[in-house]
Design a protein around this ligand. Structure first.
Ligand code: SAM
Length: 257
């Protein structure tokens, strides 16, 4: 039996609407995407396999909002909502923003794929375009620490897309789930822990140390973002260079004058 048959049959037996459900399960197992109570946005969600997997993972206190221009048959799951629309239209993005509200989402996932023409470079370019739409939405909806997943067909424009995602997340991985190996060019870019920090690695700033933390490092707040600086005392006025930027805090060192 080929792998395709295996996941197709498994989906039928386990009541998933699409065999792609197993891709999301494998992505979650490898990259740790979902937690109970999370809010998840699923782009290109029809027929609903990913919606089922995400809804099970976030549980009753969580919410999954799926978007597709195709109709998504009602899933009869209380924690799933759907919006019908094209994610390249501003109107659909506005509806989604309104639904998610100011608290934002914990995870934005996209399985959007173009209609295949069979001309490889065109299909690749269109898939990168859709992944970029999803990336844009992720930047709008994810607060610090949020995660992003987008399907893309491998090819010449992937490196640029990946570099752009790397600037906005702590780290990025490309994952080819076992369940998708029958279509060789498909992979998922996974951005973990969105960074919204007001500083970047290498920035230099003049600061006054606010406090000293329990580990003995100085604590400097920049627009609410915490930087830990070793070897300083509360009240010190120093010039610092940012050495590492994480989602929720970062590190800096004193620049010797
Ligand atoms: C591979 S299927 C998704 C399967 C889904 N993850 C599941 O598990 O059931 C790709 C979906 O992306 C949708 N799609 C492609 N371009 C889109 C766009 N611009 N806006 C919204 N949906 C789009 C298609 O309609 C299609 O349903």
């Amino acid at each position: 039996m080929t792998r395709k048959d295996h996941y197709y049959n498994k989906a039928k037996q386990e009541d998933y609407r699409a065999r792609s459900a197993y891709k999301l399960k494998q992505l979650d197992a490898e990259a740790g995407l979902f937690g109970p109570g999370n809010t998840v946005v699923d782009l290109g969600a029809a027929p609903g396999g990913w919606l089922q997997v995400a809804a099970e993972a976030v549980g009753d206190r969580g919410t999954v909002v799926g978007v597709d221009f195709q109709r998504i048959r009602d899933l009869e799951m209380d924690n799933v909502e759907t919006i019908r629309g094209d994610m390249t239209d501003e109107e659909t993005k506005a509806k989604l923003r309104e639904r998610i509200g100011d608290d934002g989402a914990d995870v934005v996932i996209s399985d959007m794929a173009p209609n295949m023409t069979g001309e490889y470079s065109l299909d690749h370019a269109r898939s990168v375009h859709l992944a970029r739409q999803a990336f844009e939405v992720a930047l709008e909806l994810l607060p610090a620490g949020g995660d992003f997943v987008a399907k893309v067909f491998d090819g010449q424009d992937l490196a640029d897309l990946r570099a752009d995602v790397e600037r906005e997340f702590e780290y990025v991985r490309s994952i080819r789930p076992d369940a998708s190996r029958d279509s060789s060019s498909e992979l998922y870019l996974v951005g973990k822990h969105r960074i919204t920090a007001p500083v970047r690695e290498g920035d230099e700033l003049d600061v006054v140390v606010d406090d000293v933390g329990s580990e003995g490092d100085g604590v400097v707040k920049v627009d609410g973002y915490t930087l830990f600086v070793p070897g300083v005392e509360t009240g010190d006025a120093v010039r610092i260079r940012v050495t590492d930027v994480k989602a929720k805090f970062g590190f800096a060192e004193v620049v010797e004058e």
